[in-house]
Design a protein around this ligand. Structure first.
Ligand code: PMP
Length: 361
């Protein structure tokens, strides 16, 4: 077997020990006579798995009791639409801070339902910086303010939680959740697709302040109603049990490794190493994001000469470093270095980049 260091942006690499445990439990989970993926979501086995996953995520993120935690389908994109349906009245104003591709997506999802005000937009600057808080044009009666904590494609990350006074903050943490300690009590809603830092694609986590669930929102089917999902303990319909189980294994692994404090340190070291190689390459490699807004999770970079892109990817792959091709919207390269990417993987990439430059620079 030759598992490579996988820099995919999502679905992304998972901890090897988690995959091995899942493998060992695939035929039979915990003497249940069947795999967890074959058992009813309402049976005692899965109820135990689900409850433990929630408990461990609450511990990891220090989620206060006045927040509900949901495990839902539909990906982060579905949550982007459901947020407007659940927390804003028809036609009500909502504020969006757009700092990259995914902020734009979030905005697009709510346009049919609400009056979406773009409070700030980093696009004119090529999404290379977070729009400064004092330039935001917030509405007086907004239902909420939405922002994207980490832009997976553009590689820009908020390093502070913005202050929006009494207006609830709704944040897309798809690509940076559990990467460092976070004061959950500052938010109305935090949501994330799982396929970067939490586990496999197919389940999304929504953390919502319970008092927001009292809002009327808009006419919607029960399956689009967060309140109903909370009441139904994320089992209004058949949940993605295997994905939920795997996410639960990732949470246990994170706790055993030292929790978000430990991952924050590792992630700071990993990203510093990579940006260091880029910044010290004399322009051979280039990251265009303003230093203070650089993402610790997704490092997009360009080679001086585009003609070297193909050889770079080919040689990287031969060296056991895969999925480095940048998103088609930007081109170039992107190294996604979530929690499950070991420091040895980033070191191997750093070494490869320096070596590649020596040979092609
Ligand atoms: N938000 C962010 C920040 C993302 O990175 C992604 C996916 N890459 C999405 C939203 C969309 O997620 P999904 O594909 O789970 O709907």
């Amino acid at each position: 077997m030759s598992r490579a260091f996988n820099f995919s942006a999502g679905p992304a690499t998972l901890p090897e020990s988690v995959l091995l445990q899942a493998q060992s439990e695939l035929l039979e989970w915990n003497n249940a006579g069947a795999s967890i993926v074959e058992l009813s979501h309402r049976g005692p086995e899965f109820i135990q798995v689900a409850a433990e996953a929630e408990r461990n995520l609450r511990t990891l993120m220090s989620i206060p009791d006045d927040y509900a935690v949901l495990f839902l389908q539909g990906g982060a994109t579905a949550q982007q639409a459901l947020i407007a349906l659940n927390f804003a009245d028809p036609g009500q104003t909502v504020d969006y801070v757009v700092s990259g591709h995914w902020g734009k997506t979030a905005l697009k999802q709510v346009k049919p339902y609400v009056n979406a005000n773009v409070a700030a937009n980093g696009e004119p600057g090529g999404f290379r910086d977070i729009p400064a808080r004092d330039t935001w044009n917030l509405s007086k009666d907004a239902a909420y303010v939405h922002y994207t904590a980490n832009e997976t494609i553009h590689g820009v990350e908020f390093r502070d939680i913005p202050d929006t006074g009494d207006v609830p903050l709704v944040a897309d943490f798809s690509s940076s959740i559990v990467s460092e300690p976070l004061d959950v009590s500052r938010f109305g809603v935090i949501y994330a697709g799982a396929q970067k830092n939490l586990g496999p694609v197919g389940v999304s986590v929504v953390i919502v302040k319970r008092e927001l669930l009292e809002r009327a929102g808009q006419p919607r089917a029960e399956i689009f109603d967060y309140r109903a999902h909370v009441k139904g303990e994320s089992m209004l319909n058949t949940p993605p049990t295997y994905n939920w189980y795997l996410a639960g294994l990732v949470f246990k692994w994170m706790l055993a490794e030292g929790g978000v404090e430990e991952f924050a340190k590792r992630n700071a070291r990993k990203s510093a190493l990579l940006y260091g190689v880029i910044d010290n390459s004399g322009g051979f490699y280039r990251n265009e994001v303003v230093v203070g807004a650089r993402s610790r999770m997704n490092v997009p970079f360009f080679l001086k000469d585009e003609a070297l892109d193909k050889p770079f990817l080919k040689e990287a792959e031969a060296a056991g470093l895969i999925s480095l091709k940048g998103h088609r919207a930007l081109g170039g390269m992107r190294a996604s270095i979530y929690n499950a990417m070991p420091e040895a993987g980033v070191q191997a990439l750093a070494n490869f980049m320096q070596d590649f430059q020596k040979r092609h620079g």
